[in-house]
Design a protein around this ligand. Structure first.
Ligand SMILES: O=c1ccn([C@@H]2O[C@H](COP(=O)(O)OP(=O)(O)O[C@H]3O[C@H](CO)[C@@H](O)[C@H](O)[C@H]3O)[C@@H](O)[C@H]2O)c(=O)[nH]1
Length: 461
């Protein structure tokens, strides 16, 4: 059902949570919906919209902005709560106005709102406007189900690090395999509440979509589907890096971007041997502490391998001065941002040292790149468990008593992934998952079929 024809009858509003790790998969899903005849209006705040790149040729996804709101900060609100409440104020005021304005325009006929699971209150707006609601979960089902159990009171949090947590259809988890907000409840209680609240509209929503695929999280997905019907639609990465079915506008037209993305790294990678380079990135939010930066830097040098390292703000990065002044070296290149999918699909990449954000994890899996898992917080700890112990596509670093990963540990982990029998096995497992990822979004695959079913239901509603 790929068609260029634009239906004037079926239109949805997509509301991503305003962070890159959430906007990216939402945009990719929107592109898939557009390729199957649904019109999409993506709504975000004026400030966030500046980070969304739309090519001039793209008229398939409409972007509407709502004014930014600021709420009064007071001592009872942490920084995340201020961020979340400001966004809520913007959308709650602006979204109904957009719907009413567009409803007067006969081209638009809204059927539903597609919203991130972190903003469940959007369903109330949908209902008030007579629209259906589809909730999109942007973290793995394994992680989401931990919060599901927490909300239902069916997860007992262990008191020590060695007690095993057994939840239905889940791998056995120890304390530090749970999402960090669960064992570190004191830091940012607002975030824990937000994560549990993801399920507050689970029963009421008309569709529940997950950015994962059936063969990746088979058992827990079946369990979740037994609670309520769900649709797996992932991995939501640009078609050109996975199934290559979407062409032109459908795939290139819209993306979240960071200015100053450094393209020199592709030329640098071209000069390197196959599978010889370590790629290091900690996503869009994490900054490492100075001691960790130093250990990572020394560890990378000591591996002897070439490395390409994304350091968001190199001047503020706390990197050793001798490296900064001699950079770039023969061995290592630092960029402040890169086209990660382009890098991961380059033949020279041998392994990915990652913070295990879900998008980075899915991107590495979909491109068959084995990983060194260096989780920092949130879902990343559980994603690291999946990478190392469930899928066998990487190793997870061990930290010392102060939470620092030593240079020796970094060297050992990189060598484990890049060399020897274990390394070969991890690459083989990664390549198998790559095939399954392609199959799932390819024509007739489980995720493709679920997107089609979603579209058919929208069209007939
Ligand atoms: O130089 C870079 C570095 C990153 N990226 C992209 O940035 C995104 C990063 O997303 P992700 O790996 O999910 O990390 P975060 O930005 O940290 O995402 C947040 O949101 C995710 C989805 O909820 C969670 O899984 C993470 O833990 C949370 O930190 C990916 O698409 C990368 O391809 C680039 O394009 N260039």
């Amino acid at each position: 059902m790929e068609t260029q024809e634009i239906s004037t009858k079926s239109h949805i509003l997509a509301i991503p949570f305003p962070l890159q790790g959430h906007i990216n998969p939402m945009i990719q899903l929107c592109k898939r919906l557009v390729s199957k005849t649904i019109n999409v209006t993506l709504v975000t705040t004026a400030s966030i919209s500046k980070s969304i790149q739309i090519q001039a040729t793209n008229n398939l996804i409409n972007i509407e902005t709502v004014p930014d709101s600021t709420i009064n900060e007071n001592e009872h609100l942490d920084i995340y709560e201020v961020f979340i409440q400001s966004f809520k104020a913007s959308i709650t005021t602006g979204l109904p106005e957009i719907i009413q304005k567009q409803n007067r325009n006969s081209v638009f006929h809204y059927k539903a709102i597609l919203y991130d699971s972190l903003i469940p209150w959007t369903l109330d707006i949908a209902r008030e406007q007579g629209l259906k609601g589809a909730v999109l979960f942007t973290q793995p089902c394994t992680v989401c189900s931990v919060f599901y159990h927490l909300g239902k009171g069916t997860l007992e949090i262990p008191h020590d690090e060695n007690t095993e947590v057994s939840l239905p259809s889940m791998p056995v988890l120890r304390l530090k395999d749970l999402p960090s907000h669960v064992y570190d409840m004191s830091s940012y209680p607002s975030l824990l509440r937000l994560l549990i609240d993801q399920f507050s509209t689970f029963e009421k929503a008309d569709w529940r979509l997950f950015n994962t695929f059936d063969k990746l999280e088979d058992e827990i997905l079946k369990w979740m589907a037994n609670q309520y019907p769900i649709l797996t639609i992932g991995p939501m990465i640009p078609s050109m890096y996975i199934d290559k079915r979407l062409q032109g506008n459908y795939d290139y037209g819209l993306s979240f971007f960071k200015p100053n993305s450094d393209e020199s790294c592709m030329k640098w990678l071209d000069t390197k041997e196959d599978h010889s380079v370590i790629y290091i990135s900690f996503g869009s939010l994490i900054n490492l502490v100075e001691k960790q930066m130093n250990e990572l830097y020394k560890g990378l040098i000591n591996t002897g391998y070439n490395f390409l390292w994304v350091v968001k703000d190199p001047k503020e990065s706390k990197l050793p001065q001798d490296f900064i002044s001699n950079h770039p070296t023969e061995q290592g290149l630092i960029v402040n941002w890169c086209a990660q999918l382009e890098v991961l699909s380059h033949r020279a990449i041998g392994c990915f040292i990652t913070h295990c954000g879900w998008n980075s994890t899915l991107e590495a899996l979909s491109l068959g790149v084995p990983m060194v898992a260096m989780p920092q917080w949130a879902d990343q700890t559980t994603n690291a468990k999946l990478i190392a112990d469930v899928w066998g596509v990487g190793v997870r670093v061990k930290s010392d008593e102060n939470g620092i990963i030593s240079r020796e540990e970094i060297v050992a982990c990189v060598k484990n992934v890049m060399e020897g029998e274990r390394g070969i096995e991890m690459r083989r497992n990664a390549m198998n998952l790559k095939d399954l990822a392609i199959e799932s979004v390819g024509e007739g695959g489980s995720s493709d079929k679920n997107v089609t079913d979603f579209v058919m239901e929208l069209l007939s509603s």
